[in-house]
Design a protein around this ligand. Sequence first.
Ligand SMILES: [Zn+2]
Length: 161
Amino acid sequence: MSQPTKRTNYISWDEYFMGVALLSAMRSKDPNTQVGACIVSSDNKILSMGYNGFPLGCSDDEYPWTREGEDNKYFYSTHSELNAILNYRGGSLEGAKMYVTLFPCNECAKAIIQSGIREVIYYDDKYQHTPSVIASKRMLKSAGVVTRRYGRTGRDVEVHM
Ligand SMILES: [Zn+2]
């Protein structure tokens, strides 16, 4: 009888953490954009997660999700990256990595840099030509934060809830 060998089709670290970011995005109430983020230590332990939404106490049913008009979501919604940073209560994020489903905007880039996160792995970069993302990349580069696009594997992951 041969010894059992380990499974070989297990998911990679990148798939695992981007999967958590993608799952976090599914918690968002935003009808247009759902973004998720997962912060991971340098030794691959999940430290925090976040998705875009309104601050604590600001009801999803009372505040507007519209993008236009004098009262719109941009006044109130907090991006997933900032939520993930603020959700962390364990101390320093120095040297951590962030997995995020969309390339961070310039405001989140400031928070990422100041929190000590050293690497950003992103799934999508569909706003790459906007001034916000151009400014974001400029700051991340100046601060020495490594950015890399997540390498999609084509693996379908199915979970039964
Ligand atoms: Zn942002």
